[in-house]
Design a protein around this ligand. Structure first.
Ligand code: NAP
Length: 313
C-alpha cells in the first residue's frame, strides 16, 4: 500500500477545515516505526490544533494530520530499531508529530508499549495521551506520595478520571471536582471526596493539599493557591502558575507538556490488566466520522474518553 487515508487540516478553523484525504504512506527513518492504526484517542489538543490555538502547530507546520495517540500493529521498522518488529501489537503517543487520525502513523521505539491482550484495541487507543498526562502530572512533576492529599480539578474528564485512579492506587487521599453525573462517576473511581464545583466552593472543603493537579486553569487555578499547603505543589497542564504565589507558599509550581514514554505506558497497562484502573470509553466513532468525534468532545461534559475506531472505517 503506497497511499492511506488521513484526516488533515490545511488551515485553522472550525469543523469545516478537517477533511479526509488520500496521501502517501509516510517514509520512516532508521530509528522510526510505522504503525497501522486500529484506534485513536480524541483529545482537547486536537480541537486546539484545528483552531490554531496550539502553539506547537503553526502555519508553517500545515498541512497537519490530527490525532495524538493510538493502538495498532507495527507494519515496518527502521534499520536501527532493535526490540520491536513487524506484527507487534502496540499503543503509543506521537508527542508533537503528525497524527493518528490516519491509517498509518510514524513513531519511535521509546514511545511504544506492548498492547496487553486483555486491553481491547479501542481502550488501548483511548489511553496513551490522557494516561501519560495524568501519570507525569501526579508523579514526575507533582511527586505525589502515599498518604499525601491531592486535589484533582476536572476529575471526570479524560485525564482526570485516570488521575483519580492513579492517585488512589498510590495511596493518596483524593479530592476531586466534578458536576452532574460526573459526581457519582468520580466517586465510583474511588475518590475520597468529590466536590460539586457548581454547588460548592472547593476552598471550603479541600485544605492543606500536598498537591493540586490543575486541568482547568484560569480562576480555578488562581483560587487553588488558598488550598495548597506550605511546601506543597500546584501543577497544571494549562497555564504557568504564578511564581509569586508559589514563593508565598514555599511551594513548587509548574506547567508541563506530556511526553511520550513507553515504559510508563507499560506500567499503566499492567494496572489496567490487573483491574486497579479502568478506562471509561464513553463513545467510539468509525474513522469516517472523525469530525463528529471531535464535535462531541467540543460539546463538553465528557466523562472519560472518546475514541476513533479504524476497525469500523
Ligand atoms: N499540557 C499537556 O500536555 C496536556 C495533556 C493533556 C491534556 N491537557 C489539557 O488538560 C485539560 C484536560 O484535558 P482532558 O483530556 O481531561 O479534557 P476533557 O476530557 O475534555 O475534560 C472535560 C472534563 O472537564 C470537566 N470540567 C469542565 N469544567 C470544569 C470545572 N470548572 N471544574 C471541574 N471540572 C470541569 C467536565 O465535566 P462537566 O461535566 O462538569 O463539564 C469534563 O468531565 C484540557 O484543557 C487539555 O487541553 C494538556
Amino acid at each position: 500500500m503506497t497511499q492511506m487515508r488521513a484526516f488533515r487540516i490545511h488551515r485553522f478553523g472550525g469543523p469545516e477545515v478537517l477533511h479526509s484525504e488520500k496521501i502517501d504512506v509516510p517514509e520512516i527513518g532508521a530509528e522510526e516505526i510505522l504503525v497501522r492504526v486500529h484506534a485513536a484517542g480524541v483529545n482537547p489538543v486536537d480541537l486546539k490544533t484545528r483552531e490554531g490555538k496550539y502553539p506547537m502547530v503553526d502555519e508553517d507546520t500545515l498541512p497537519f494530520t490530527l490525532g495524538r495517540d493510538f493502538s495498532g500493529v507495527i507494519e515496518r521498522v527502521g534499520q536501527n530499531v532493535t526490540v520491536r518488529k513487524p506484527g507487534d501489537e502496540v499503543l503509543g503517543f506521537v508527542g508533537q508529530g503528525q497524527g493518528a487520525y490516519a491509517e498509518f502513523v510514524v513513531t519511535d521505539e521509546q514511545a511504544l508499549a506492548a498492547r496487553r491482550k486483555s486491553i481491547d484495541w479501542v481502550t488501548a487507543g483511548a489511553l496513551p495521551l490522557a494516561a501519560l498526562t495524568a501519570w507525569q502530572g501526579l508523579f514526575d512533576h507533582g511527586r505525589l506520595e502515599r498518604g499525601q492529599r491531592v486535589l484533582i480539578h476536572a476529575g471526570a474528564g479524560g485525564v482526570g478520571h485516570l488521575a483519580v485512579q492513579f492517585a488512589r492506587h498510590k495511596g493518596a487521599e483524593v479530592f476531586a471536582t466534578a458536576s452532574g453525573d460526573g459526581i457519582d462517576f468520580v466517586k465510583s473511581l474511588g475518590a475520597d471526596r468529590v466536590i460539586d464545583y457548581h454547588q460548592e466552593q472547593f476552598e471550603d472543603i479541600a485544605r492543606d493539599m500536598d498537591l493540586v493537579f490543575d486541568l482547568i486553569g484560569g480562576d480555578t487555578q488562581s483560587r487553588s493557591w488558598s488550598v495548597v499547603k506550605h511546601g506543597g505543589a500546584l501543577i497544571s497542564t494549562l497555564a504557568e502558575p504564578s511564581s509569586e504565589e508559589a514563593g508565598a507558599h514555599s511551594a513548587r509550581a509548574g506547567r508541563y507538556t506530556a511526553r511520550p514514554d513507553g515504559e510508563q505506558l507499560e506500567e499503566i497497562g499492567r494496572l489496567i490488566e490487573v483491574g486497579y484502573v479502568k478506562v471509561n470509553v464513553v463513545a467510539s466513532f468509525p474513522f469516517n466520522a472523525t469530525a463528529d468525534a471531535l464535535s462531541t468532545l467540543a460539546k463538553g461534559h465528557v466523562h472519560g474518553k472518546i475514541v476513533v475506531n479504524l476497525g469500523d472505517a
